[in-house]
Write a protein that binds this ligand. Structure first.
Ligand code: ME8
Length: 518
């Protein structure tokens, strides 16, 4: 493995605008990248755009511009929305970049010289929106088996990649690495697909000009998927920056939607094997989101732009909702009702109120200064209430870590919210307002306030990958002058690091309640 944690999203086609589906994968990859940074790891997080192919050429033609101009216009929409979603990608690859073109040509030349590419005749069907080749036997009612749309008949001389040659090695690799393809159900699908026998793959198009010319036959361009998959290595230095490449490759995680699994779990690994490169550690195919029960599509016009939701809720609420509501491996349905109800109950009530209540009490009872805790964790004198809170604080970070290792973003948040719940119960049960009435209980009140503030400090660190702005605000409100990004898990989340005497800085409420419509 390279020494850097390397995570990717698919590169998105520029024929369409970003929507909550493309944003879903990108936010998940961002959360994962940020979590690994918060553990102090070197991270390389890659996203970008897929700008070649017939589908993009057609979109440009419909809009009466050159494909390149079309791509230049559309890519801005991706860059802008990722910025608004606080996506922390380390690089943004465009497949029309000079480097990507060069790397793709070198790669395909290498496979050609090794005898893995040959000239043949392709006769079959092509689905333009999916950019995929289909045999007559694969069509369903004469339509694309993947998306159900019309297919075009193609008969042309094409170059083929000897995919069939890699069939046994692919199966061996999948068997030897049970977590190469995740979730398990997707792995089983890929296994049975390969076991049915792999046909060689057409990797060029003769009737299309919008693409990367084949170095050994400039009359043809590289099939868009072949070029697209190479983004993962062209963006990480393959061929051009060997030291960088050695540090980054192989990628740890390719995050994708389930509809492009075969490209990533069959063709891509075979391409890498043919070039003698190691395979990525994991390919995770997540589920598909529907909108109010319906498939998102251009024709239905029901695709939702993230901007629309970001005008309604904060970026952190957006990120929280998509990571909390859906289990990453399975399909899910977006609805405004669940967005709003999670916002009010989990963000405004559970977290927002906790922060404002605790800081208000520190202000009111101790002039805004965090008191010293009279007992240490592990002391026999520890009250049962305190012991329960400290146990919840100790259990949470390792559980979050396990959930992240399995990409269970929703369960990682559930674990954090179990701790938020414990902190809320602690506030209720320790009842500082009663303690404050009796001067003899002053040192107990000190301990209780300290514990509440310390719980908030740990919660702030744990939510950072999901809700960076909120975590930064909490850090500031807790009077921390250090950089939250320099606090590394798990050490920073160990109990008892809030210095006594810290002056808290109460700020505006983190999640103002949304008025629910009838
Ligand atoms: O396939 N629910 O690009 P693309 C969840 N360029 N995720 C969704 C989604 C939905 N309804 N709709 C889209 C391509 N996605 C190729 C990829 S990679 C080398 C080349 C997400 O613009 C999901 O990640 O069609 C899906 O795989 C991706 O967007 C498809 O984006």
């Amino acid at each position: 493995m390279g020494s850097t944690f390397y995570v990717t999203t698919p590169i998105y086609y520029v024929n369409d605008e970003p929507h909550i589906g493309t944003a879903y994968t990108t936010v998940a990859a961002d959360v994962l990248a940020r979590y690994h940074r918060s553990k102090g790891e070197q991270v390389f997080f890659l996203t970008g755009t897929d700008e070649h192919g017939q589908h993009v050429a057609n979109a440009a033609e419909r809009n009466a511009v050159e494909p390149r101009e079309w791509a230049d216009r559309m890519v801005v929409k991706f860059i802008d929305v990722w910025k608004r979603l606080n996506i922390s990608n380390d690089h943004f690859i465009r497949t029309t970049s000079e480097e990507h073109g060069r790397v793709s040509q070198d790669f395909v030349q290498k496979l050609y010289e090794r005898g893995d590419i040959y000239l043949g005749m392709y006769e079959g069907w092509y689905c333009v929106p999916d950019e995929s080749f289909w045999l007559p036997s694969q069509l369903v009612d004469g339509k694309c088996p993947q998306c159900g749309r019309d297919v075009e008949l193609i008969k042309e001389e094409n170059y083929f990649f000897k995919l069939s040659k890699y069939q046994d090695r692919l199966l061996e690799h999948i068997n030897a690495h049970p977590d190469f393809i995740l979730p398990e159900i997707r792995r089983n699908e890929v296994m049975s697909f390969i076991q049915q026998g792999l046909a060689d793959q057409s990797i060029s198009r003769k009737t299309l000009t919008w693409g990367i010319p084949l170095p050994f036959d400039p009359g043809q361009v590289l099939y868009v998927w072949f070029d697209a998959l190479l983004n993962y290595i062209s963006a990480s230095g393959y061929g051009l920056q060997p030291e960088l490449f050695a540090r980054l490759w192989p990628a740890n995680w390719h995050l994708i939607g389930k509809e492009i699994l075969r490209f990533h779990a069959v063709i891509w690994p075979a391409m890498l094997m043919a070039a003698g490169l190691p395979l990525p550690e994991h390919v995770f195919a997540h589920g598909w989101l529907t909108v109010e029960g319906e498939k998102m599509s251009k024709s239905k016009g029901n695709a939702i732009s993230p901007h629309v939701l970001l005008d309604e809720v904060s970026v952190d609420a957006y990120r929280y909702y998509f990571m909390r509501e859906f289990s990453f491996g399975t399909d899910g349905n977006f609805s405004r009702a669940t967005l709003r109800s999670r916002y009010n109950s989990e963000l405004a009530n559970d977290l927002g109120n906790l922060v404002s209540r605790v800081l208000a009490m520190v202000d009111r009872y101790r002039g805004g200064l965090v008191p010293a805790a009279p007992v240490e964790p592990g002391d026999d004198a520890l009250d049962a209430l305190d012991a329960a809170l400290l146990a919840a604080a100790a259990d949470c970070p390792p559980e979050v870590d396990q959930r992240f290792a399995a990409l269970e973003f929703n369960n990682a948040l559930q674990a954090i919210w179990n701790f938020v719940g414990a902190a809320n119960r602690y506030v209720d049960q320790s009842a500082p307002w009663d303690l404050n009435k009796d001067p003899a209980l002053a040192s107990r009140l000190d301990a209780v306030l300290y514990n509440q503030v310390e719980a908030l400090r740990i919660i702030g660190l744990l939510i950072l990958p999901f809700m960076p702005e909120t975590a930064e605000k909490m850090w500031d409100q807790l009077g921390q002058d250090s950089d939250i990004y320099q606090q590394h898990l798990p050490a920073a989340a160990a109990w008892g690091q809030m210095p006594a005497g810290t002056k808290v800085r109460r700020g505006a409420g983190l999640f103002p309640r949304l008025e629910l419509e009838e």
